[in-house]
Ligand binder design. Structure first.
Ligand code: NI
Length: 171
C-alpha cells in the first residue's frame, strides 16, 4: 500500500524516533509499504517518520540500473565513519524538487536489524553511504536542509509552505 509522504515543515519530521523493540508483523507490513511508496515516488530512500510513524526504520535501494536491491533497516546505527568526505547533491521526498550539495563521510559502517530480527552489518560507500546517513538523520529529526545556511534553508521552507497551501487548495 502506497502511503502519503509528509512534506516539510511538519512536527513529525522533527522528532527523535523511538527504537523498535520487537519486529512485529505490523512493522514488517509498514516496511513493505515504505518500499512500495519509495519506488513509486520514485526515490532511493525513505524513513518511517516521512510516512508519519516515529519509529527507527528506514528503507533504501540505491541501484539505478539493474535488479532492485531493497534494504530494510530497523534501529540502524552508524558504528564507524570515514574521515574522507564526499559531496552529493541531495534531495528528499519530504522536500520535493529542492536539491543542494551536502558534505558527509564518504564511507560508513552501519549495524541494524533486518526484517527477521537478525543483526546485520555492512560498510556503505558512494551514493549508498550518503543515502543511509540522510535516512538515519530523519530518525533524529534532521533534514538535509539543516546542513545549509539559514537563508537557503528559510527559502526552501517558504517554498514548501507555499506548496502545501497549494496542495491543500487542490484537494
Ligand atoms: Ni529525506
Amino acid at each position: 500500500m502506497i502511503r502519503p509522504i509528509l512534506i516539510h515543515p511538519d512536527p513529525r519530521l522533527k522528532k527523535v524516533c523511538e527504537p523498535v523493540a520487537e519486529i512485529t508483523p505490523e512493522l514488517r507490513a509498514l516496511a513493505a509499504d515504505m518500499l512500495e511508496t519509495m519506488y513509486d515516488a520514485p526515490g532511493i530512500g525513505l524513513a518511517a517518520p516521512q510516512v508519519g510513524v516515529t519509529k527507527r526504520l528506514i528503507v533504501m535501494d540505491c541501484i539505478k540500473d539493474g535488479p532492485p536491491e531493497p534494504l530494510i533497516l530497523f534501529n540502524p546505527r552508524i558504528i564507524w565513519a570515514s574521515e574522507d568526505v564526499s559531496t552529493f547533491e541531495e534531495g528528499c521526498l519530504s522536500i520535493p524538487d529542492q536539491y543542494a550539495e551536502v558534505k558527509r563521510p564518504a564511507e560508513v559502517q552501519v549495524r541494524w536489524l533486518d526484517e527477521t530480527g537478525t543483526e546485520q552489518e555492512r560498510q556503505f560507500s558512494g551514493l549508498w553511504a550518503t543515502c543511509v546517513q540522510h535516512e538515519i538523520d530523519h530518525l533524529d529529526g534532521k533534514l538535509f536542509i539543516d546542513y545549509l545556511g539559514p537563508l537557503k534553508r528559510q527559502m526552501i521552507t517558504r517554498k514548501m509552505e507555499k506548496l502545501k497551501r497549494e496542495r491543500a487548495r487542490a484537494v
